[in-house]
Every structure is written in C-alpha cells, then in structure tokens.
Design a protein around this ligand. Structure first.
Ligand code: MLT
Length: 257
C-alpha cells in the first residue's frame, strides 16, 4: 500500500471528472495538451503513476495496485464516479480498474493500448529491459523509444521533448513498471462486461498498437466506439492534440451532458 495522499496529479477545469493515466515511462506531463484544451468542458485530473513524475516509487507493484491508487486518489478528491482514460500503460491500468472497480466508471477511454496480456517472448523482453535499466540506466530507452512512440512525420522538437521526458524517468521506476506490465492479466474477457460508454482511440501510425487491433478491441466493447487519429503515432494525444481532444470532448459531452 502506498500511503494515502502520495499520488501526485495535475488538475484543471470544472465539470464532470475525467481522470487520465499516462504511458510508460512518462508522467502526467503527457496530458498537458488535454489539461489545457478540455478544462472548459470537464475537470481533468492527470495522475502520476508510482515512481513517475512527482509520485514516489513504492514497489514492486501490480497494475491492480496502481488501479487502487487511482481509486483512492479520486475518492479523496470526492469523486466516487468518473470517466477514466488511459494511454498505453495507462490503458492497462484503466482495464485493471474496470476489473476491480468497474461500478465507479461513468465511461472508459482506451487510447493506443490493448486488452491482451504479453506473449511469453514479450514478457521476457520486458524482464530483460528491467534488468538492463537497473544495471546500466535508461540511456538505451532514451535513444530508441522516441522513434517508437512517435510517427515518422513527428516534429523534431516534439521528438526532443519526448526524449527529455524519458530521460527524466527513474531507472528503478522503469524496471518496476516493466515487471508489472509483464505480469498483467489478459483483460480481453472483461471487455464484454464494460456497460458504460467506451472510446477507443488510436494513432493511425501507432507502431505498437495497430489500428486493426484497436478496432477489434472496440468491437468487443458493447458500447464502444473507435476514433482513429490521423498523422499520429503511439502518443496520439501529443502528436495530434486537436483530433484527440475533439474525440474526448465529444465523448465527455455525450456521457455527462
Ligand atoms: C506505453 O507506451 O505505455 C508502453 O509502450 C506500453 C507497453 O510497453 O506495452
């Protein structure tokens, strides 16, 4: 258990609550474009997952424990029910939240993420990355990850920005997150039980989650809808914030008018 009040977050705006969970190995800073653009439509709360941003590392942990952190933090803010959105690793945590606290959701946003667990090979790769960053630091990730997270057409200064974000990640937090993702459960069977409206978002050039995979996930959600974000890779919210924010704004308006 992480002590009450330890989870850092950025918040802006008034109205229905939209909690956002960031990708690996970033922080709530990822959602600055959403905090800025959606504040007139909703109360955006972007959390720092354990070990990232301003939240201390308390680990090892499971994704279910991260979901408990979210539940506890939002309850302390007075939000029993809210819309939860996660991008990539944040989406894995949002699905863990659905598993544990599904009745607290008013809506679910899954961006550039997948419901399935890792293959044995993917799991091994993650455990190897965890060992490597513990021994040698995150230099390798800082070099290679921006190209994977962004499309080939991404602006050079956005790429430099993402590189700086990755460089800020604590290697111990990176290792803990890789181990938690490696151990995550298959959430595919949960999708049919998501009764609230669900929005699946994917960058058309996402190198980690293909639009076809996202489309399949959307089709398994009884109340699901897919929005493809043009001219964007995996971090679709920062590569094409206008399209991403439009999708979220429409979703929020339809759920909590
Ligand atoms: C992320 O962007 O959060 C990661 O790419 C997720 C993953 O490693 O599966």
């Amino acid at each position: 258990m992480i002590p009450n009040g330890s989870i850092a977050y950025r918040e802006r705006g008034v109205g229905p609550t939209l909690a956002l969970l960031h990708a690996f190995p970033l922080s709530s800073a990822l959602f600055e474009p959403q905090l800025a653009a959606l504040a007139d439509a909703c109360h955006v709360v972007a959390l720092d997952l354990r070990g990232f941003g301003q939240t201390p590392l308390e680990g090892p942990y499971s994704l279910e424990e991260l979901a408990q952190d979210v539940a506890q933090t939002l309850a302390a803010l007075g939000h029993e029910r809210f819309v939860l959105g996660g991008l990539s690793m944040g989406g894995y945590v949002a699905l863990a939240f659905q598993r544990l606290f599904g009745d607290r959701l008013q809506g679910l946003i899954l961006a550039d993420t997948r419901a399935g667990a890792d293959s044995p090979e993917a799991r091994e790769r993650r455990l190897a990355i965890a060992r490597e960053v513990e021994e040698r630091g995150t230099e390798g990730l800082v070099e290679t990850m921006p190209d994977t997270l962004l499309s080939a057409g991404a602006a050079p200064d956005l790429k430099a920005h993402v590189r700086r974000w990755i460089a800020q990640a604590d290697p111990r937090a990176v290792a803990a997150a890789q181990r938690a993702m490696a151990a995550r459960l298959d959430s595919t069977p949960l999708l049919a039980a998501v009764r609230v409206p669900a929005l699946v978002v994917v960058g058309e050039q996402d190198a980690l989650v293909s639009p076809a995979e996202a489309e399949q996930m959307a089709s398994m959600l009884p109340n699901g809808r897919l929005v493809r974000i043009p001219r964007a890779g995996h971090l679709s919210n920062v590569e094409n914030p206008v399209a991403f924010n439009t999708a979220l704004r429409e979703f929020m308006r339809a759920i909590v008018p």
